[in-house]
Design a protein around this ligand. Structure first.
Ligand SMILES: *Cc1c(COP(=O)(O)O)cnc(C)c1O
Length: 385
C-alpha cells in the first residue's frame, strides 16, 4: 500500500511504517553520532555529513511531523524558542514584523528586544482581532505576521485563513504558533499559513521529559533554506536522543490529545457553573468569544488548555495553586499530567493576565480525580481573603 493512502494517525502510530531492515526492530533506532564516514569514493552515504546540520533520527521525526502537518518538510530544533528565533533571524534586515499582542511571553520578549536593538520593526495587534491585524500590516514592508491560536492567557482564537489572506496580500509570510492545537486537530498549512510552528515540548512530546521546537512548511517557501542555514550555523537542531523520544511520543499523540480534550470539556463545563468561579476561558465552550472560529479550524477537539478566573484576588489564586494535591504547580503544558499555574506570577504584571487567573493544563488522568482536586482547592481557600 502507498504511504499516503493511509491516514496520518496510522502512519504516526507505526512511525511511518518503519521496520529496521537488518534486525526487524519495530522501533526506529536511535543513531547518536556527531559525524558520518564517507564511502570508498569519498561520497556521503546518505546525505548526512555532520550532526550540527542533520541526522537520521531527527530526520525520521521530521518526516512524521511533516506527514501530520500536510507539509513537505519539517525542521526540528532543541526548543520552541530556538525554532521561532531562527525564523526571525532569517528575515531581511530591518524587516517589519506584526505579532499578536497576547501570546507566549518569551516570544514577545525576544521580538521586543530585537526591535529595541533596531534589528526589526515591530507592531502588535490584539489577539483575535482581524481588523486590527489588517491595520498593522504594511504592504511591501511587513515580512512576517506571527499569530498564536489558541493563545496563551485567555486562549483567544485568531482566524488562520483570514490572517493568511491579509499577510499574502501584503507580501508577508504567516507563521502560526499552533502549540496548543497539534496537527491531529489543527493544520495551519491547510488553512493557508506558510509556517506551522510548535513548541514540541508540549503536546507533541507530551511527557514533559525534553524541550523541542518544530517548523513545518511547503516546499515553495522562500525563507526555508535560510531557516535551515540558521539552524546549521547556530547548532540548534534537536539531538538524536530527544528526537527518538519524540518519535515515541508522536505514536500516541492522537489518543493523548483526544483524552485531554475530553477531560477538559468536562472540567470546563463543571466549573463554569461553580459559585466560586467568575469565568472559564476555554475555546470548546460555546460562551468563549472565539468558539465559532475555533470550531471551524480545530477539527478534532479543543485540547486541554484553559484558564479559570476564580472569585477572589491574587492571594486566593496563589493559595489554590498551593492547595492543589493532584494538579502539579509548574509551568508548561500538554503533558499527560495535569498542571496548575498562577500565570501572572510567571508572565509578569505587564502581561495583561488577570491576577485571579489560574492556567490549567488538563492531562489524561481520570476526570473525577481532577474535578475533586480543584473542588477541594476552592473549598479550602476563601474568596474574601
Ligand atoms: C512553550 C511555548 C513556546 C516556547 O517553547 P519552548 O519549547 O519552551 O522553547 C512557544 N509558544 C508556546 C505557545 C508555548 O507554549
Amino acid at each position: 500500500m502507498k504511504k499516503n493512502a493511509l491516514a496520518p494517525e496510522t502512519l504516526a502510530a507505526q512511525a511511518l511504517r518503519h521496520i529496521d531492515e537488518a534486525t526487524g526492530s519495530v522501533v526506529p533506532p536511535m543513531l547518536a553520532t556527531s559525524t558520518f564516514a564517507r564511502d570508498e569514493n569519498y561520497e556521503l552515504r546518505d546525505g548526512y555529513i555532520y550532526a550540527r546540520y542533520s541526522g537520521p533520527t531527527t530526520a525520521h521525526a521530521e518526516d512524521i511531523i511533516a506527514t501530520l502537518e500536510d507539509g513537505d518538510e519539517s525542521l526540528l530544533f532543541n526548543s520552541g524558542m530556538s525554532a521561532s528565533v531562527a525564523v526571525v533571524e532569517s528575515l531581511p534586515p530591518q524587516a517589519h514584523v506584526v505579532a499578536q499582542g497576547m501570546m507566549y511571553h518569551i516570544g514577545t520578549q525576544w521580538l521586543q528586544r530585537q526591535a529595541s536593538r533596531g534589528v526589526i520593526a515591530l507592531d502588535h495587534f490584539p489577539a483575535g482581532d482581524i481588523d486590527a491585524l489588517a491595520a498593522q500590516i504594511q504592504p511591501g514592508k511587513t515580512k512576517l505576521v506571527w499569530i498564536e491560536t489558541p493563545a496563551n492567557g485567555d486562549w483567544s482564537i485568531t482566524d488562520i485563513a483570514a490572517a493568511a489572506e491579509l499577510a499574502h496580500a501584503a507580501g508577508a509570510v504567516l507563521m502560526v504558533d499552533s502549540t496548543a492545537a497539534p496537527p491531529c486537530t489543527q493544520k495551519p498549512l491547510d488553512l493557508g499559513a506558510d509556517i506551522s510552528f510548535h513548541s514540541a515540548t508540549k503536546y507533541m512530546g507530551g511527557h514533559s521529559d525534553f524541550t523541542a521546537g518544530v517548523l513545518s512548511a511547503r516546499a515553495d517557501l522562500n525563507l526555508w533554506t535560510e531557516i535551515r542555514d540558521v539552524r546549521g550555523f547556530q547548532g540548534t537542531i534537536l539531538p538524536a536522543f530527544e528526537a527518538w523520544l519524540l518519535i515515541r511520543s508522536l505514536r500516541t499523540l492522537h489518543i493523548r490529545y483526544a483524552q485531554c480534550s475530553r477531560n477538559a470539556m468536562r472540567f470546563a463545563t463543571h466549573f463554569a457553573a461553580h459559585k466560586d468561579v467568575e469565568a472559564v476561558l476555554y475555546p470548546g465552550m460555546p460562551t468563549h468569544t472565539g468558539h465559532d472560529v475555533a470550531a471551524k479550524q480545530m477539527k478534532n477537539g479543543f485540547g486541554g488548555m484553559m484558564s479559570i478566573l476564580i472569585n477572589g484576588n491574587a492571594g486566593r489564586a496563589l493559595e489554590m495553586a498551593k492547595k492543589a494535591n493532584l494538579f502539579i504547580p509548574a509551568t508548561s503544558l500538554g503533558g499527560v499530567e495535569s498542571l496548575i499555574e498562577h500565570r501572572r506570577t510567571v508572565a509578569g504584571p505587564d502581561s495583561g493576565i488577570p491576577e485571579n487567573l489560574l492556567r490549567m493544563s488538563i492531562g489524561i488522568e481520570h476526570i473525577d480525580d481532577l474535578i475533586a482536586d480543584f473542588e477541594q482547592a476552592l473549598a479550602t481557600t476563601s474568596g474574601h481573603a
